[in-house]
Design a protein around this ligand. Structure first.
Ligand code: C2O
Length: 546
């Protein structure tokens, strides 16, 4: 196994889009940031040099970090932010995982511009892919262009102001087709293809909010992996991908030579709302790569797009994914956890006029302010160093959906090492309540997706219909709007692992908790001490420097 070393210089840079110069914080002057490529089993060393004015951390999204929670990266959960003009080195191994993952900043909205792909190839070479060997591999990073200061945006959401929207989705950083002043049109992302060849698209959803439909006119996708876990090849003309998720899909260039739009279209609330902009970005799949300006006159074929307010294609897309290999699903569950996802009201609690928060089991998560949870867990009795620590209430009465009084706390759920944990996420299911599709992401573990459904989860009926044979393994569970999703995993990785909605306005306003996996009884099941250069929180007390 090799040692792969990168240096990430984080700094602010001016970018010009839609007639405006905007100051954005990026890695190595690139947006999206550099793609990291490793072979399974490699060790990664990433030196982060923070030349930006904000404190930040980097999270290796989907990397299991077995016995290495210290390198996971969520701010105030496993470490304090790397302050301006400070450096920090992440060291970890990528073991037992193949496919596409990604990395991103993990302090609020900065991840909108600090992110990139993390590509893990099989140790035995590209001939060992469990699908036809592609001629070329292409990262496709779906992002969003915001023309606002992202630290300011974070503060607005923490103050529960939800009025901000991105100007456009982006495909590999390109806005595509938009113009709003003096007729200047934004460039499209262009994927040049050769007829007859097969392309492996490594798709990363790095945008902070909406789910996206991805479609290429005249072509089909064969999905072969999700969240760096192989699935049975599934052929579809639309990929539906939520914040935090990754999808690997083969595309064969088998259409008549020409130009075809590749469209990323946001799946938006079922109620079309006038203040929400339509978010669509177009790239182009082009045969006969640039033989001169004559090419530009070829008409571009546009795909027929699904209704952007319809969540059904997402539900079926996910329901059609099964693991490539039979899965060793643990059958005896030690911990049943029901998590009600909701937005709530803290007026009664805080006396504030603007009261919306996000919450799990009726508590809105608050990050600790003076220590990271992992540091508190490792060195002190957590409760003595974290102000408002609370254990996740078990089995909430379902009547608490809606705008019931809500409290704020640093919510943890402790489980013993190697416990089999089943979590059922329940969204509000009655039509008089606000419901969303929520991508719930767990750090440090993959889990099996056993089932999903609409309405209220029924422990007897729904558990009987679980897929215990070939459920897909993932690290993000997209809980359907007005429905539920059930996941199961073995908590085999001691440490403190963030579990949260990957929509930034949800996690920033409290849709989160920390899963604390206790140590086992042997050295091999005990979290080792932190690395010597660990960013301890002892001399820090601000989460994001202004
Ligand atoms: Cu990609 Cu905690 O997130």
């Amino acid at each position: 196994a090799a040692l792969v070393e990168h240096t990430f210089v984080v700094s602010q840079m001016k970018m010009h889009h839609l007639c405006n110069d905007t100051l954005v914080t990026v890695v190595n002057g690139q947006l999206p940031g550099p793609a990291i490529e490793v072979t399974e089993g490699d060790s990664l060393v990433v030196h982060v040099i923070n030349k930006s004015p904000s404190g930040l951390t980097i999270h290796w999204h989907g990397v299991k970090q077995l016995l290495n929670c210290w390198a996971d990266g969520p701010g105030m959960i496993t470490q304090c932010p790397i302050q301006p003009n400070k450096n920090f080195t992440y060291r970890f191994n990528v073991v037992g995982q193949e496919g596409t993952l990604w990395w991103h900043a993990h302090v609020g909205f900065l991840r909108a511009t600090i992110h990139g792909a993390l590509i893990i190839r099989p140790r035995s070479g590209p001939n060992s892919y469990p699908f036809p060997k592609p001629d070329k591999e292409i990262p496709i990073v779906i992002g969003e262009w915001w023309d606002v200061d992202l630290v300011h945006l974070e503060n607005r959401v923490e103050n529960r102001i939800y009025e901000d929207w991105p100007l456009s989705p982006t495909i590999n950083g390109m806005l595509g087709d938009l113009s709003n002043c003096s007729g200047v049109i934004e460039d499209n992302y262009i994927l040049n293809v050769e007829r007859g060849k097969t392309y492996l698209l490594r798709i990363v959803h790095a945008a902070v909010h909406e789910e996206y439909n991805l479609k290429i006119a005249g072509h089909k996708f064969t999905v072969v992996a999700v969240d760096a876990n192989y699935v049975k090849p599934y052929t579809t003309d639309t990929i539906v991908i939520a914040s935090g998720e990754t999808v690997d899909a083969l595309v064969v260039a088998d259409a008549p030579p020409g130009r075809y739009y590749m469209v990323a279209q946001a799946v938006q609330s079922p109620e079309p709302s006038p203040q929400i902009p339509i978010l669509v970005s177009r790239g182009i799949v082009s045969y006969n790569p640039s033989k001169g300006s004559g090419d530009d006159d070829t008409p571009i074929v546009a795909p027929e797009l699904p209704d952007q307010h319809d969540a059904t294609p997402s539900f079926y897309f996910r329901g059609n994914l099964t693991s490539l290999l039979p899965q060793p699903v643990p059958l005896n569950v030690d911990e049943h956890i029901l998590i009600a996802i909701d937005v709530g009201d803290i007026c009664l609690y805080a006396g504030s006029p603007n009261c919306m928060v996000s919450k799990l089991n009726n508590i809105s998560f608050e990050l600790p302010t003076t220590t990271s949870l992992l540091q508190a867990h490792y060195y002190n009795n957590m409760s003595s160093s974290v102000n408002r620590l609370q254990e996740l209430p078990r089995r909430p009465p379902v009547v608490e959906f809606g705008h019931s009084p809500t409290s704020k706390a640093t919510v943890v759920r402790r489980v013993r090492h190697n416990a089999t944990v089943e979590i059922v996420f329940q969204n509000p299911y009655s039509s008089d309540l606000i419901s969303n599709t929520n991508p719930m992401h767990l750090h440090g573990h993959d889990f099996f997706i056993l089932g999903q459904g609409l309405g209220r989860y029924d422990a007897v009926r729904d558990a009987q219909a679980y897929n215990l044979v070939d459920p897909p393994a993932r690290s993000t569970a997209l809980v359907p709007i007005y429905g539920w999703m059930a996941i199961r995993f073995v908590a085999n990785n001691p440490g403190v692992w963030f579990l949260h909605c990957h929509m930034e306005k949800h996690v920033s306003s409290g849709m989160a908790l920390a899963l604390v996996v206790e140590n086992g009884h042997t050295l091999e099941t005990t979290l080792p001490p932190p690395p010597a250069d660990y960013t301890s929180c002892d001399n820090q007390n601000s989460r994001v420097a202004d």
